[in-house]
Design a protein around this ligand. Structure first.
Ligand SMILES: *Cc1c(COP(=O)(O)O)cnc(C)c1O
Length: 384
């Protein structure tokens, strides 16, 4: 699914030198690389504050703690996403409210958000799934109307841009009140272990969060709030500093691969290729454009119609091609997150997608021959 080794070979010298320097300096925790990475990422994203932390799940949890959400507060998020999003909501004894997604973008459906709002709703967590922004025009409008926080889960979207209806453009993760991301190795900006970060333009919230990540300390050994211990290791920051300058190139390589996949499946009735929903791409939803950053293809996810998806997975695996099903089970059906308030009829799209989706290998080192072999193997199965 990913080729981290090929990517490492390209930046090996810089990475190895930076890691050695951290070890030589024995500055493993809070070394100068962490602060430098923070500043460089702030500049890249054009956001006032980046607060590095231990991983993307912590980042979400800490963002919610920073906002002061209280047990019983309802937090609306998508039914079709990785479990981390709903997990931290539940861990903090907030009430997760799962809603359905849109069939074209796989992202949270603004109409479903509207329907789920109650007097207890405090926040919305859009996930920019597979590397494409959720409908932030609508989501921000709903939040303003109902006085809600917006926490962007940008673990899959780093480097992507969102174009608002009025033409303004902003990087995902800088639009809501606060955002989280993950530097898990396979993410678009991945380190060589665990890592994550929180972003915000709110000075006061950034201050609160900087204390929370460090045991609730704002002054050494004075614990003003209950915090956690969640840090980005200096070695990971050094790796990320080596990779950040290449992030746009990496995302371009993903988009180029995605375009080749899409081209190969053009006109095939049983295959629905990813749709671009951004305003900047409205006339070009098969993303045959070069320049637009509205999708960074963390995953290249097809929908297969009238085809046994699981048999296709098996067929690809037998040909030596890895593929993934993200996600096979709706969150509302997971044992841990069942809730009597949900009805199956609330989730027609998620219930459909879990049966149709298949994600093909996607990374920065995909070669034409590999893409040809993968698409040919898919098409062989379809024409059988
Ligand atoms: C990867 C991911 C996370 C969690 O990140 P970790 O660093 O693995 O904790 C959260 N949300 C989404 C949507 C993700 O893809």
């Amino acid at each position: 699914m990913v080729d981290l080794k090929g990517q490492y070979q390209q930046i090996k010298e810089r990475v190895d030198t930076s890691i050695s320097q951290v070890i030589d300096a024995t500055a493993f925790i809070n070394g100068p690389e962490v602060k430098s990475f923070q500043k460089e990422l702030e500049a890249y994203l054009d956001v006032k504050h980046v607060i590095p932390c231990g991983n993307g799940t912590d980042a979400l949890q800490i963002a919610m703690m920073g906002l002061g959400l209280q047990p019983g507060d309802e937090v609306i998020t998508a039914d079709f996403t990785f479990a981390a999003t709903v997990e931290v909501i539940a861990l903090l004894q907030l009430t997760p409210v799962l809603v359905d997604v849109e069939v074209g973008s796989f992202n949270i459906n603004p109409e479903a958000i509207r329907k789920a709002i109650t007097p207890n709703t405090k926040a919305i967590v859009p996930v920019h799934l597979f590397g494409q922004a959720a409908n932030m025009d609508e989501i921000m409008a709903i939040a303003r109307e109902h006085n809600l926080y917006v926490i962007e889960d940008n673990a899959q979207g780093i480097g992507s841009s969102y174009q608002f209806e009025d033409g303004k453009v902003a990087k995902t993760g800088t639009i809501g009140h606060v955002a989280s991301t993950s530097f898990f190795p396979s993410k678009n900006l991945g380190c060589y272990g665990d890592g994550g970060a929180i972003f915000t333009n709110d000075d006061e919230l950034a201050h609160v969060i900087r204390g929370i990540v460090n045991h609730g300390m704002y002054k050494r050994y004075h614990h003003d709030v209950i915090g956690v211990n969640s840090r980005l290791d200096t070695i990971q920051a050094a790796v990320l500093r080596a990779k950040l300058p290449h992030l746009d190139t990496y995302n371009n390589a993903r988009r180029t691969a995605a375009r080749k996949y899409t081209k190969a499946f053009e006109g095939i009735e049983n295959i629905i290729t990813p749709k671009i929903k951004g305003n900047g791409c409205q006339t070009n939803e098969n993303m045959m454009c070069d320049s637009c950053n509205c999708h960074v293809f963390h995953q290249y996810t097809l929908r297969v119609i009238d085809i046994d998806r699981d048999a296709l997975v098996k067929h690809l695996n037998e040909a030596g091609i890895p593929c993934g099903v993200y996600y096979p089970i709706p969150l509302h059906s997971q044992k841990a997150y069942q809730d009597s308030r949900y009805k199956e009829t609330d989730f027609p799209i998620t219930n459909q997608l879990v049966k149709e989706v298949i994600s093909l290998p996607m990374h920065t080192e995909l070669e034409n021959e590999q893409i040809d072999f993968i698409t040919k193997t898919v098409l062989d199965f379809i024409s059988k």
